[in-house]
Write a protein of this length. Structure first.
Length: 262
């Protein structure tokens, strides 16, 4: 119960399809470690599913819906959490999309959509939550990035590369600027993971889903993709006092993939 009594605000706590996405697993793991969880998703039904799983295990959760790219939505959600609980100990940002295509095919609108969701949304949540954490003199921010923010893989998703690299550096900047306020900010960079988002947004790069699974398993040094639970366990560690002197780290959770020549 490393997070007993704490309040965790998880943006992107639903899953984009059947199974366990990174945000859904993290929300459940936070609750299992004792946190009261606010599960937020653009899709209210997805947030309610996650909150229902948490409640079914005897833990506390509230489901809220909102768009991370809309400042008013984020402000309303943060205000409601503070009104209900008084504090926000953990901010977990898990919202993100990919957009495949050659550089000449990417429209202004497509580029901006990825930037808004993957990067601007994190700025909006931090802008609202950091003042709360400053008043508390404590807080942990966990941003879910990607190994694609540090290395280049064969996928043609230029806005994804750029947005995740930006998220990594934004996280480091937050970590340094607010460390004296008792706030820590770290990012997790998942590698080859087997999640609903991958099946929905990456499978089209292969002949079929089975071919994708075979290729991604083979590309991992471990011979197998990771799961959302690998990311969730890392998030719990970074949010806990066990990581009390870990700040500004972009942590690969990738089975060693980032150690290999690309």
């Amino acid at each position: 119960m490393r997070l007993a009594g704490r309040v965790a605000l998880v943006f992107g706590a639903g899953s984009s399809g059947p199974g366990w996405g990174n945000g859904k697993a993290a929300a459940v793991m936070y609750a299992r470690e004792g946190a009261r969880v606010i599960a937020v998703d653009l899709n209210r039904a997805a947030a309610e599913e996650t909150a229902g799983i948490i409640a079914g295990e005897g833990n506390q959760a509230v489901a809220l819906a909102g768009d991370i790219t809309k400042s008013a939505d984020v402000a309303e959600i943060v205000g409601e959490v503070v009104t209900r609980f008084g504090v926000i100990d953990i901010l977990h940002n898990n919202v993100g999309i990919t957009d495949m295509g050659g550089i000449a095919e990417i429209t202004d609108e497509r580029w901006q959509k990825v930037m808004d969701i993957n990067l601007t949304g994190v700025f909006l949540t931090c802008r609202q939550v950091i003042p709360v954490m400053q008043r508390q003199k404590r807080g942990a921010i966990i941003n879910i990035s990607s190994i694609a923010g540090a290395v280049i893989n064969p996928y043609p998703y230029y806005s994804y590369f750029a947005s995740k690299a930006g998220l990594n550096h934004f996280t480091r900047a937050i970590a340094v600027q607010y460390a004296k306020d008792g706030i820590r900010a770290n990012a997790i960079m998942p590698g080859l993971m087997d999640t609903p988002m991958v099946h929905a947004q990456v499978a089209g790069q292969y002949a079929d889903k089975e071919a994708m699974i075979r290729a991604r398993d083979a590309a991992s040094p471990t011979g197998k993709m990771g799961t959302a639970w690998d990311v969730a366990k890392a998030a719990v560690f970074l949010a806990s006092d066990d990581a009390g002197y870990i700040n500004g780290v972009c942590l690969p959770v990738d089975g060693g993939l980032s150690c290999m020549a690309q």
